[in-house]
Write a protein that binds this ligand. Structure first.
Ligand SMILES: Nc1ncnc2c1ncn2[C@@H]1O[C@H](COP(=O)(O)OP(=O)(O)OP(=O)(O)O)[C@@H](O)[C@H]1O
Length: 623
C-alpha cells in the first residue's frame, strides 16, 4: 500500500524523513531491513532455551488463510500435537558436580544453548555514544563511584567471561553504578528507562559477589551427576537470592538471564511461576536452588511448604518491576514475601528496580531498605526515550481494525507487538489478523500456561512475528528486534495510564536500538491527552494537531510538569550534599543545578529519557 488516510508512514523512507530529531540514518530502510534479515525463517537460538520448541497458540478459526505478502506464513495451532510439553522452567542449567572447586569446566554445547551462536552475540546497532551521554542521578545518603568498564569492575574472571559471552561490551549507566553499589553491600533502588539493562545491573554484581562463597553460604545439595529423582532423598531449596517479578513470562526471561550469568559457577538457578507444572518446579527446587526467580503467587505457595522452600539463607531480595509489584492486587503476597519466610532480617540486601516510579515505591523503600541505601535514577522516572519514534494517530473506534491493517501494510513486515486493553479484544484481534494472513500469536491471563509459552516461543523465534498482548502480561518482556509497538487501545488512566504507555512502548527501542511506536487515539482517550502530550514533548516527538491544545503555555519544554513528580517530598533526603537540592527530577538539566548528575561525555540531552531543556525544579526536589 503506497499511501493511506491515517497519517501512517507509507514506506520506511518516509519514516526516515519524518523523524524530527535524528540525523539521517536513524530511520533509513537499511536499519529496518537489516533487522528483518536478522529474523531467520527457522527458530534462532536466542539463548533463551526456546530454540527447538516453537509451537503455535490456539485461535478460534483454524483454517489457514492466504499468506500476506512479505510475511511468513500464518500457522494454526496444532491440537493433535501430543508431544510432552517442554516447560521453560525445565530448561537446562549449568550443573556443578561438586568436584571441580569453585569454578566448573566449560561445556561448549551448553554454552551455545545459553548464549546463542557466537556470530549473533554482539549487540549490533547499539548506539553507545548515546548511552555514554545519558544522565544519571544519585540521591540519598550514600553515593558510589561508577565503574568505567566491565574489565576494571573487579569481576570474577568467570563472571567477566559470562558478561562477554552475553555480548555486553560496555556497561549501561544503571550498570555502571549498580555494580559498585551492590559490590560494596548497599541496598539499591534503580530506576532506569525500559530496555536499559536493569536485569544485568542486579544479576551481575549479586552473582559475582556470591561466587567463590557458595560453598560456605549455600545449602548442601545432591551431586547432579549422580542424583536419581524419586530415589535419592531430595533437598529443600534454600536460595541465597530471590528475584520477584509480576508475570510468568518475565520470570522465565530473568531465569534465562540467570542461567547465563550462573554458567560455570556453583550457583544453581530455578524458576517458579503460576500455571507452570508445580511438580516439575518442585523437582527442580529439590535438586538445590541458590537463585530463585518467581512470580509472587507461586512463591507464596512454596513458602507455605517448608519441606520445599525456606528463605532462611536469603542474602538478596530483588523486586523487579517494583511499581507493578506494589499494586494493591499484590499486597497480601508482597507482605508475605518480604516478611513471612523465615528470613533473617539484617542479613538481607533489598533491591527495587523499575522504569517508572510512583510514590508507592518510595514509601515501600523507606519501610524496608536500610538507611544507607543507594538511589539511582536515569532520566526522569517514567520518561520515555528518544530512541523510540512515537506516532499518535486519531482513529474512529469503528475503524480501528482497518487502520491496523493499513498500518501493518504501511511498514515493511517486522517483529511487532500490539497492545490491547482486554482479553476479549486480544482474542478478537488475534482472530482478525490471523484470518487476514498476518502470522500472529497472542497472550493474556486467560490463556493456559502451555499456550502462553508456545506463543512467546513462536514470537521470539520469528515464526509468528506479531504478538498481541494485554499490557500487564508483557511487562518487562525483552525480545530482540521488536521494531514496532502498536497501541491498538491507548492505556486507560484507570489502568496504568502514562506509566503503562511507557512500559508498553519500551518493548521497542531497547538497549540503544531504535523503534517505532504507533498509538491509536480515540475521543475516549481524552483523559490521557494532557500527560501524553507532555511525554511527547519531553522526548522531542511531533505533537499531532488534535493534541496541540494540551501543550503547556509558554515555553512548552520548560513548563513540563508530571503529576507523578508532584508528590516528591521536600527535605526527605537523609544526607544530600550535592549542590542544588539534590533532586532526582532533573531531565537533562544543568548538572550543577541538578544534583549529582553523571552525564558521561557531557550530555547532549539526547540520551535515553533525557530532554535537554527541562530544569530540575520542574520535577520537585528529592524524595
Ligand atoms: N551492557 C550491555 N550491553 C549490551 N546489551 C545489554 C547490556 N545490558 C543489557 N543488555 C541487553 O539489553 C536488553 C535489555 O535489558 P533488560 O531487559 O535488562 O532491560 P530493562 O531495563 O530491565 O527493561 P524493562 O524496564 O523493559 O524491563 C537485554 O536483551 C539485555 O541482554
Amino acid at each position: 500500500m503506497a499511501s493511506n488516510d491515517w497519517g501512517f508512514p507509507s514506506s520506511a523512507p518516509q519514516m526516515a524523513d519524518s523523524h524530527p530529531v535524528e540525523s539521517a540514518g536513524a530511520w533509513d530502510t537499511g536499519n529496518l531491513h537489516a533487522a528483518l534479515q536478522e529474523q531467520p525463517a527457522a527458530p534462532p537460538n536466542n539463548g533463551d532455551g526456546a530454540e527447538s520448541q516453537a509451537a503455535e497458540p490456539v485461535r478460534l478459526e483454524q483454517k489457514i488463510p492466504p499468506k500476506l505478502e512479505g510475511w511468513v506464513e500464518a500457522a494454526p495451532y496444532d491440537y493433535n500435537n501430543t508431544a510432552p510439553v517442554e516447560w521453560d522452567g525445565n530448561s537446562r542449567v549449568y550443573e556443578w558436580d561438586g568436584e571441580a572447586g569453585d569454578v566448573g569446566p566449560e561445556y561448549p554445547e551448553l554454552e551455545l544453548t545459553l548464549f546463542g551462536d557466537p556470530a549473533n552475540r554482539e549487540h549490533r546497532g547499539i548506539d553507545f555514544s548515546k548511552i555514554a551521554s545519558i544522565q544519571l542521578y544519585q540521591e540519598g545518603p550514600v553515593r558510589v563511584d561508577p565503574i568505567g568498564d566491565f574489565a576494571t569492575a573487579g569481576l570474577h574472571p568467570v563472571m567477566e567471561k559470562n558478561v562477554q559471552l552475553s555480548g555486553y561490551d560496555v556497561p549501561t549507566p544503571i550498570q555502571r553504578y549498580c555494580l559498585p553499589a551492590i559490590h560494596i553491600g548497599y541496598d539499591v533502588i534503580g530506576i532506569a528507562p525500559t530496555g536499559s539493562g536493569k536485569t544485568g545491573a542486579y544479576l551481575i554484581p549479586i552473582l559475582n559477589k556470591l561466587m567463590g562463597k557458595a560453598k560456605k553460604l549455600a545449602a548442601p545439595r545432591p551431586n547432579p551427576a549422580t542424583y536419581r529423582p524419586g530415589i535419592d532423598p531430595p533437598v529443600r531449596a534454600e536460595p541465597l537470592v530471590v528475584i520477584v517479578c509480576p508475570t510468568r513470562e518475565l520470570a522465565v526471561q530473568i531465569f534465562n538471564e540467570a542461567r547465563k550469568f550462573c554458567y560455570r559457577t556453583m550457583l544453581r538457578p530455578c524458576v517458579a511461576y503460576g500455571g507452570g507444572p508445580i511438580r516439575d518446579q518442585i523437582e527442580q527446587l529439590q535438586k538445590g536452588c541458590d537463585v530463585l526467580v518467581a512470580s509472587p503467587g507461586r512463591l507464596c505457595d512454596f513458602m507455605e511448604r517448608p519441606d520445599v522452600l525456606t528463605l532462611r539463607r536469603l542474602r538478596y531480595m530483588v523486586i523487579d518491576e517494583a511499581d507493578e509489584m506494589l499494586h494493591d492486587d499484590w499486597k497480601d503476597e508482597f507482605d508475605k514475601i518480604l516478611t513471612g519466610g523465615e528470613q533473617e532480617e539484617g542479613n538481607i540486601k533489598y533491591m527495587l528496580f523499575s522504569a517508572t516510579f510512583p510514590k508507592r515505591i518510595r514509601d515501600l523503600a523507606k519501610e524496608y531498605l536500610s538507611e544507607n541505601h543507594v538511589r539511582l535514577r536515569v532520566g526522569r522516572a517514567g520518561s520515555t526515550h528518544e530512541n523510540i519514534k512515537q506516532n499518535i494517530v486519531m482513529v474512529a473506534p469503528s475503524l480501528k481494525r482497518t487502520a491496523l491493517m493499513d498500518l501493518l501494510n504501511s511498514v515493511p513486515p517486522t517483529r511487532t507487538m500490539i497492545f490491547v486493553n482486554s482479553k476479549r479484544t486480544a482474542d478478537e484481534i488475534d482472530d482478525f489478523l490471523f484470518n487476514q494472513g498476518v502470522p500472529c500469536v497472542s497472550i493474556h491471563a486467560d490463556r493456559t500456561q502451555r499456550e502462553r509459552e508456545a506463543a512467546m516461543r513462536a514470537f521470539r523465534a520469528g515464526t509468528s512475528p506479531v504478538l498481541i498482548a494485554t499490557g500487564v502480561t508483557a511487562r518487562g518482556i525483552d525480545v530482540r528486534n521488536v521494531m514496532h509497538v502498536i497501541n491498538y487501545d491507548m492505556p486507560s488512566m484507570d489502568h496504568g495510564g502514562i506509566q503503562e504507555y511507557t512500559h508498553r512502548i519500551g518493548r521497542t527501542g531497547r538497549i540503544g536500538h531504535r523503534g517505532l511506536a504507533t498509538s491509536f487515539y480515540t475521543e475516549r482517550d481524552e483523559p490521557i491527552a494532557s500527560v501524553l502530550t507532555r511525554t511527547l514533548l519531553e522526548t522531542n516527538q511531533e505533537v499531532p494537531d488534535f493534541l496541540q491544545e494540551y501543550i503547556p503555555e509558554g515555553d512548552a519544554r520548560v513548563n513540563l510538569k508530571f503529576e507523578e513528580d508532584s508528590d516528591f517530598e521536600d527535605g526527605d533526603d537523609a544526607g544530600g550534599g550535592d549542590a542544588g537540592g539534590d533532586a532526582w527530577g532533573g531531565v537533562g538539566g544543568d548538572t550543577a543545578a541538578g544534583g549529582n548528575a553523571d552525564a558521561g561525555t557531557g550530555g547532549d540531552g539526547g540520551g535515553w529519557g533525557a530532554a535537554a531543556t527541562t530544569t530540575v525544579e520542574d520535577f520537585g526536589s528529592g524524595w
